[in-house]
Design a protein around this ligand. Sequence first.
Ligand code: TXA
Ligand code: MG
Length: 341
Amino acid sequence: MDTLTWKVSSLDPDPELIANAAEAILDGKLVAFPTETVYGLGANAMSAAAIEKLFTAKGRPATNPIIIHIVTRAQLERVVSSWPAEAEKLAHYFWPGPLTLILPKKNAIPANVTAGTAMVGVRVPDHPVALALLNKSSCPIAAPSANLSNAISPTTAKHVLSGLSGRIDAVLDGGPCKGGIESTVLTLSGGVPRILRPGLIDRPTLEMVLGKPVLEDVNSLDDTQPLSSPGQLPRHYSPKTPLELVQGSGWLRVERLLEAGRKVGWLTFGMAVAQDRSHPRLVTRPMPADPVAYSTRLYAALHELDAENLDRIVCAEPPDRDVWTAIRDRLKRAAGQAAEA
Ligand code: TXA
Ligand code: MG
């Protein structure tokens, strides 16, 4: 199939194009759209057939459940069968925004959305294009990140097309996403809130709002257990080029690889450029020292380096601090290492 591109203003999207997209989704088609985190690949969450197409287009294993996006209370009520006071509190503070809540699902939600489990992930995205689409389509929209399974999430329509052109019906191109990495996934089941995937909202912030401890459950998985959140597989969010995480600026490792004749990509902090460490076989991407700005840049930088046919990407490890947790998690997964204990 030909994938259509509908270019829209990110602040004030053309209602006619939004109507086209909403109609396509209601029709069971797949339409990618920008959110504040990354581009999502949308499908009608109430249609098992549309969801089936999502899995096929992404090459996604059927065991990996999909987040449902909503905007109205009416949509929320079609998705979750229970709405505890803690969920209301979190939604009040963080929605629209990058927080996905895992809650018991309504029967009408097709089983393939939740990979056969009784729990569903739900969030309200904070992006005018996503919100316009949700308001127009009236149905809740299931949307995983709009990339082939295990590849880097897309933060531009170009990234979406580089992986999924010909496999999806359309993309709403609303420019680059601001957030850059995915939402925090939080489960409220079992009495103690647990983070299943670190994301743009960090643990201390959730604890502040809930007034109680929040656990990080990202290491609880092993091969013998069913996955509680398959985004937590050790290797996920990966560039095609092998990536190494190193302490310090990474220059010593880069130099070694260059001496061995390798073509190297280098993700590091600003100073590298100031010191003019250039080389014909080196592609450097200096990254911001601020975690919010770093998140915005990260996937685009990985997409750019991946397009350079490099032998290796060397990445300077960011500081071991709460505000860097989600970024460190994604980098470790890009490097194919399990998350730190
Ligand atoms: O920011 C985001 O969350 C983006 C945008 C498009 O909303 N979406 C996204 O979706 O990252 P995806 O499919 O790439 O990752 C969803 C994560 C996976 O780790 C999945 O296992 C987990 O959320 N998840 C979804 N539904 C779940 C459920 N019912 N129970 C446990 N984990 C769930
Ligand atoms: Mg994904």
